[in-house]
Design a protein. Structure first.
Ligand SMILES: [Zn+2]
Lengths: 223, 359
């Protein structure tokens, strides 16, 4: 069984059966804050509803973002700690890929973009084109940060014709994605394990350097 | 759960040290610390986002190292403990998220505890010492806090007597080091610069020590005015074309900090009739502070306890030790419904304690 955790937007925890890609249970909190408060309860609920004991978990899938730093880290910290506790591997997943997988379930063709709010008037954008033979969305670009003003008013046909080139010209005909389902994160992890292509993502997809100013010269205090 | 000598793993991420500690009752088995201090050096102080990122990277390897060093298996633990606050919110959350998941993965109870009270618990797992007697006054001094506590019982009765109203003492060392053109962290740098200097050369102000301040702030600290006063003194020297006697400035500044810390701590001992003083926090590494505290306490028949430095700086062993004491005193574990509380008051020794099930 795969335990999947994503806190890149809200908080989501799921248990996925890797033999069937069935989402056995998923527990969510939509709030973009309070990830540390809810993560334990969501883990407990997902395991409970799936009727699965921690000892039955063989892999932990972690949504690596992109997402606002503070919340994103909580899910990854929880995924790594759970895996350490059980002595099992962590399978990193790009959170946008999970949103793409859900979109492709309805329409498995065509190019499109997954856009999430990255705060500070920027969006995180990834572009996709269909599924590969392992059933994993083909990411043609991103995730990258794009000013919100450039991703707002463009239509679907433009998105499709822009292809993998200018992400900044592509738009969300899907609108902005506001939640990531851990179930989809878990399915992607199952597929990447089966395909023997576990992505090598060691660090969260912060997409931004930390806010830190180098100190200037010492200011005078005398007047 | 073994309530007499519980095996506890503690997770501490409130500032820039990722601390994982393992204790069995009062016995220290591992005190693993991964510090991101070097990454903050060029910024002249702890950058919260840099610290939080470093915690996430350090956590898993630190847990594995601690377990290996302690020679135990994770499934043997009786409980997991974590710092809920006070501290840097984003940094604390990494530890909270990890602790909840670790406890659930292992099916073990979780204890969410207070960082400052943890500093007091460091004394308990100090090797080869008799247990601390209560009550005691505790002076906790670091880059993040400067607090004076009256500890009547570690698990149930800790009172905040006073704390800094502006900079922490460690911050004052960092800021004055920068004024003197010395690198971060400032404590050891000031110590080195003060060598051969005269601590009585310049009479820098002792914050909140005038009679008019003592009424309201008898046990509070203030270091921001001291820092400004050092800067002004140096500027005046430079303006007059005189050389700045760095060793004298460093020694006199350090003396002002040490004097006010020790004076207020011993005043607390006297006013509460408590002949015991426990020191904690990273600034305790400062040798002059230890010397003055020991000498002046001896004159007043106050016994001073100083845990080894590795247990004075932020660490996970003190968090595990506090939880072990809470378990031994019969406290229930915390629920999963708590978060990081950057301003957690010292009176909240454990957060989100589950209600006892009555049969
Ligand atoms: Zn501390």
């Amino acid at each position: 069984m795969i335990l999947a955790i994503d806190s890149s937007l809200g908080s989501s925890v799921a248990v996925v059966d890797p033999a069937t890609d069935e989402v056995r249970a998923q527990a969510d909190s939509a709030s973009p804050r309070g990830h540390a408060e809810v993560i334990g309860t969501l883990l407990e609920r997902a395991l409970d509803e799936a009727g699965v004991a921690p000892a039955d978990i063989t892999h932990v899938a972690a949504g690596m973002g992109p997402g606002p730093f503070t919340g994103l880290r909580i899910g990854i910290a929880a995924a790594r700690a759970f895996a350490t506790g059980r002595g099992i591997p962590v399978v990193p997943v790009v959170s946008h890929d999970a949103a793409a997988l859900e979109h492709l379930a309805g329409d498995p063709t065509g190019a499109f973009a997954i856009v999430t709010d990255a705060r500070r008037r920027e969006n995180a954008v990834s572009t996709y084109s269909g599924l590969d033979d392992a059933g994993i969305p083909v990411r043609t670009g991103g995730p990258d940060l794009v000013p919100s003003s450039e991703t707002r008013h463009i239509r679907r046909d433009e998105a499709e014709s822009a292809g993998s080139e200018g992400i900044s010209a592509i738009s969300p005909h899907l609108g902005t994605t506001t939640s990531i389902a851990a179930g989809a994160v878990g399915i992607l992890a199952a597929r990447s394990i089966r395909a023997g292509r576990i992505p090598d993502i060691a660090e969260p997809l912060y997409l931004r350097a930390p806010d830190a100013k180098l100190p200037g010269p010492v200011k005078r205090v005398s007047t | 759960m073994n309530r007499i000598e519980p095996l506890v793993l503690g997770i501490e991420t409130s500032c820039d040290e990722t601390g994982i500690g393992i204790v069995r009752g009062r016995t220290l088995l591992s005190n693993t610390i991964a510090s991101s201090m070097d990454e903050h050096a060029r910024y002249g102080g702890v950058v919260p986002e840099v610290a939080a990122r470093a915690h996430l990277e350090a956590l898993q390897p630190a847990i594995e190292r601690a377990v290996a060093e302690a020679g135990v298996r994770l499934d043997e633990l009786d409980a997991v403990a974590v710092t809920s606050g006070p501290g840097l919110a984003g940094a604390l959350m990494v530890g909270v998220g990890a602790a909840k998941a670790l406890a659930l993965a292992l099916g073990k109870p979780l204890y969410a505890v207070n960082h400052l009270v943890g500093h007091i618990a460091a004394d308990i797992v100090t090797p080869e010492t008799e247990p601390l007697e209560y009550p005691t006054i505790a002076l906790l001094v670091s880059g993040g806090h400067t607090s004076l506590l009256h500890v009547r019982d570690l698990t149930s009765d800790v009172e905040l007597l006073g704390e800094t109203i502006d900079d922490a003492a460690g911050e004052a060392f960092d800021k004055v080091a920068r004024i003197l053109g010395l690198p971060y962290p400032g404590g050891p740098q000031i110590d080195r610069a003060a060598e051969g200097g005269d601590p009585a050369a310049i009479r820098f102000p002792r914050g909140l020590s005038r009679a008019s301040d003592l009424e309201r702030h008898r046990f509070d600290f203030s270091f921001s005015g001291l820092k400004t006063s050092v800067a002004r003194w140096i500027e005046q020297r430079e303006q007059a074309g005189d050389e700045v006697p760095t060793a004298d400035v460093a020694a006199s500044f350090r003396e002002a900090v040490v004097d006010v810390l020790v004076t207020k701590a011993l005043d607390a001992c006297a006013s509460r009739g408590v002949p015991r003083l426990l020191l904690g926090g990273g600034v305790i590494a400062n040798r002059r502070l230890r010397e003055v505290a020991l000498a002046r306490a001896a004159e007043r028949d106050v016994t001073v306890r100083i845990p080894p430095l590795s247990l004075c700086t932020d660490n996970g062993a003190m968090i595990a030790a506090l939880a072990a004491q809470l378990i031994a005193s019969g406290r229930e574990p915390s629920t999963l419904a708590f978060g990081a509380d950057s301003t957690l008051p010292v009176t909240e020794i454990q957060v989100a304690e589950r209600e006892a099930v009555t049969a």
